[in-house]
Design a protein around this ligand. Structure first.
Ligand SMILES: [Zn+2]
Length: 276
């Protein structure tokens, strides 16, 4: 009985707060944050391509266009799909881009191009390979936009100014040389940035800093909505369109992004380093 009352209270609270949070959710620019398309044991950040199908279906049913980050910031009818870390398992969606006339943005930590990840596999040993130079060129030729995810995937908020500048300048230069296009955006590794990092990024020519969470710290930054293994068509629709579940999805996104902040902390306490 008590459990039922608690459950009813949670449902009622969710419905009451939804209009407040749902407004914030859908005025941030609908930019979705994904990582790997190869789900592994206890890695709930990686999703299957079915999640992507749900996003495409959810957008199509409401007449939303899937486009670039710039379009999503400027137009209310546009959703941007972004992938952090540049793992090579996202190559499997290359045929979908032309078939559905959509594009994606991929954020790459450039020191790891063609290599295996090392900053987030210290507990589960979920090794993944990053896109190679050739694969990045292949994606770029298909119209995919690339953004910086720093050079070594370090927690930028803990670095000195000159080290931040080195991380951001180097990754921008490498990606622009590979793709022949301007790198406009920076996605903060581990979702950790601050106004100091934003100021340096702005000075280096970045147009915006892209967060992992819908809530951001300053005017230079743009929020994102994370997707994870537990998302269904129902929750994805709530993230795409204002609705009764949008408030709880907003809160869930904030909580999940807080958990991702623990990754560099755990790595620091383990014997492995997050940088190389
Ligand atoms: Zn990352």
């Amino acid at each position: 009985m008590i459990l039922l009352l608690i459950l009813a209270g949670i449902v009622l609270l969710t419905i009451l707060i939804s209009p407040v949070f749902c407004r914030r959710f859908h005025t941030q620019g609908r930019i979705l944050a994904l990582h790997s398309l190869q789900p592994k044991f206890l890695d709930f950040g990686a999703v299957s391509t079915k999640t992507l199908d749900h996003v495409i279906d959810g957008c199509r049913s409401r007449g939303l266009h899937i486009g670039t980050i710039e379009e999503a910031i400027q137009r209310e009818d546009t959703v941007a799909i972004t992938f952090d870390d540049g793992y090579d398992d996202i190559l499997q969606i290359l045929p979908l881009l032309g078939e559905h006339r959509i594009t994606i943005t991929v954020f790459v930590p450039t020191a790891f191009i063609g290599k295996t990840n090392s900053w987030d596999n210290f507990l589960l040993k979920n090794k993944r390979r990053h896109l190679s130079e050739e694969q990045i060129k292949q994606f770029a030729a298909a119209g995919v936009e690339f953004g910086s995810h720093s050079h070594r995937h370090r927690d930028l908020s803990h670095l000195q100014d000159d080290a931040i500048e080195e991380e951001l300048r180097r990754s921008k230069n490498i990606l622009e040389a590979l793709t022949g296009r301007e790198v406009k955006y920076l996605a903060y590794p581990f979702g950790r940035g601050d106004s100091r990092v934003s100021a340096i990024a702005s000075r280096l020519g970045y147009q915006a800093g892209i967060w992992s969470s819908p809530r951001v710290a300053d005017a230079f930054s743009v929020g994102r909505t994370p997707l994870n293994r537990f998302d269904t068509q129902l929750t994805i629709n709530a993230k795409l369109h204002p609705g009764i579940l949008s408030g709880s999805e907003y809160l869930k996104s904030l909580i999940i992004s807080r958990f991702s902040h623990l990754t560099p902390l755990i790595a620091r306490f383990s014997s492995l380093s997050v940088s190389r």
